[in-house]
Design a protein around this ligand. Structure first.
Ligand code: GDG
Length: 513
């Protein structure tokens, strides 16, 4: 449970205890030989929120990773983990059927594909939405147990849209904020959701709704306008002020998430990582390395990337036996059949490309299907001459930022999808690609690996500067300040007359598709 030693900015002390609500707790309970083991949770959200809660104190509400059918033997271990952490851990439990409907069903088979632009992959089941609602109710009840109806509550991500609304119904008096880690879809995609008005109402129950980019804010505002849920008082770039149906003002804003720049670059510069970089270079040979690091997910564009790499070898034959592509694929949602078939497809395409181009001493693609430890991760980031971050759609993509943070020699190039939120911040330093354009992607990869050193350095330096000055601590600070204060006078407060004008527009209107 220990943080990384770095602490959020001093201005945060004034904010007081905080309640964080996310799908998962920062620890996972695992059965081990008849008893329960507490394992640290992984991922960007945990890394971001843990040091803040350690400093502010408060409570973290989330799922401990076990279903009711597993019994309650884990509860004591979890409580002890909370005591060690210095903030309470409030578990939300659910049975297997609820977990399936809420998590595998509505969250991962409706919101995830739809919000990433894959409406055809959605499976809209009314019963899953019902389970989603009942589990969100459980999260709200657990949150009330923690905060007692007062204080700021920060709810995270798409699994928990309705927690704010349920908290208000339960009588919560404090401010409510939500941050969406994934992208918010354009109106044409959002319109396909059978519960499109319900979810907009759920978001407008918060005082602040945070998104990754100005584009997500724009999409949200447009959907609220189109479906007549609430009204828009003001919208400018990445900031908007809306009014909910009950007349409350709701702020929406772009808060691009960052990562712990200092921790990653310090680790990348450490002797341990340097040694690992040398060993890895010996293992792969004297080739220039392309790197991909992704959870196994169709949104990450893995197959498109492989095919573009193949085309690069075809169109730029002088690069054969000069480069290798190393892809780390992190297992994800392995009990979902769609993810298992993506893995088979990935294996098949890698096999075909390697079969086509390998020579006696060279194999163009290597991949590892596993998680690696932080030292290994930093070594891979540091060794790679080019990182390929080419999702078909991504809220932000922290891999892009972590790669730059680990490029302590400022010598690498980043090929980045236009459809990753990170492109809005890093666009000028990265080599931007449309991952659906195979020829352009292939040529961009070749350009990146052959870019002259001076240009590569200038670009990398520019990206590192941006990432260092908007790290995860500044992100949390900015968000929490906004969540605590709300809009100030002169920042677009509407007059009662304006609200009633907006009020007249509220009501069901047919979307202009
Ligand atoms: C969602 C949004 C948004 C990966 N492999 C290993 C490992 N990782 C870590 C990376 C990175 C994280 O996993 C992946 O984060 P991403 O941002 O790339 O993607 P999602 O998981 O889809 O996250 C995304 C994010 O939320 C934050 O708001 O950026 O758009 O989809 O931190 O380092 N870590 C370790 N071993 C691995 O093998 N230790």
């Amino acid at each position: 449970m220990a943080g990384n030693g770095k602490r959020p900015g001093a201005s945060m002390t004034a904010l007081g205890p905080l309640t964080v609500v996310s799908n998962r707790l920062p620890v996972v309970m695992r059965p081990r030989g008849g008893s329960w083991k507490v394992e640290p949770g992984a991922g960007g959200l945990v890394a971001a929120m843990q040091p803040i809660l350690e400093r502010q104190g408060g409570c973290w509400v989330g799922w401990p990773g076990v279903v009711e059918e597993d019994g309650r033997g884990w509860a004591e271990g979890l409580q002890r983990a909370g005591e060690r952490a210095g903030y309470a851990l409030e578990p939300v439990t659910m049975n297997r059927a609820q977990y399936k409907g809420y998590y595998e069903g509505f969250s991962n088979s409706v919101i995830w594909p739809l919000f990433h632009g894959f409406a055809d992959r959605c499976s809209f089941e009314a019963s899953d939405f019902e389970q989603y609602r009942s589990v969100n109710q459980r999260f709200a009840e657990a949150t009330m147990r923690c905060v007692g109806g007062e204080g700021l509550v920060w709810v995270h991500d798409y699994q928990l849209f309705e927690v704010g609304q349920r908290l208000r119904e339960l009588g919560h008096k404090g401010r409510l904020a939500h941050f969406l880690h994934i992208s918010f879809p354009g109106m044409e995609n959002y319109a396909k959701l059978p519960w499109r008005r319900e979810l907009l109402r759920a978001l407008l129950a918060y005082d602040l709704v945070g998104f990754q980019t100005a584009r997500d804010v724009r999409n949200f505002v447009r959907c609220a306008e189109t479906f007549g849920v609430g009204g828009v008082l003001r919208h400018e770039g990445g900031q908007a002020l809306l009014v909910a149906e009950d007349g409350r003002r709701v702020e929406a804003g772009a808060f691009p998430i960052g990562m712990d720049f200092e921790a990653f670059s310090e680790r990348a510069a450490s002797a341990e990582v340097e040694e690992r970089v040398r060993a890895l270079q010996d293992e792969i040979g004297a080739y220039r390395m392309f790197l991909g690091i992704d959870r196994l997910d169709y949104t990450k564009g893995l197959i498109h990337r492989l095919r573009a790499f193949e085309l690069m070898l075809e169109r730029h034959p002088h690069l054969r036996e000069q480069v290798v592509f190393f892809q780390l694929v992190v297992p994800s949602r392995e009990n979902v059949s769609e993810y298992r078939s993506l893995k088979r497809e990935f294996d098949r395409v890698v096999g075909r490309i390697n079969g086509r181009f390998s020579t006696s001493g060279w194999q163009p693609i290597r991949y590892l299907y596993n998680r690696v430890n932080p030292v290994e991760l930093a070594a891979l980031y540091r060794l790679a001459v080019v990182a390929l971050v080419t999702p078909l759609r991504d809220g932000m993509n922290l891999v892009a930022k972590e790669y730059c943070a680990c490029q302590v020699d400022e010598n690498g190039a980043l090929v980045l999808s236009e459809f990753a939120g990170a492109a809005a911040q890093l666009g000028e330093g990265a080599v931007l690609v449309n991952p659906y354009d195979r020829v352009a992607s292939a040529d961009a990869m070749a350009r990146a690996v052959q870019m002259d050193e001076a240009r590569r350095r200038t670009r990398m330096r520019a990206m590192r500067r941006i990432i260092a000055t908007s790290d995860v601590y500044r992100w949390a600070e900015r968000f929490l300040e906004r969540a605590t204060e709300g809009p100030q006078p002169g920042e677009g407060f509407a007059t009662p007359a304006q609200i009633s004008v907006v009020g007249q527009q509220v009501g069901p209107i047919s979307p202009q598709l």
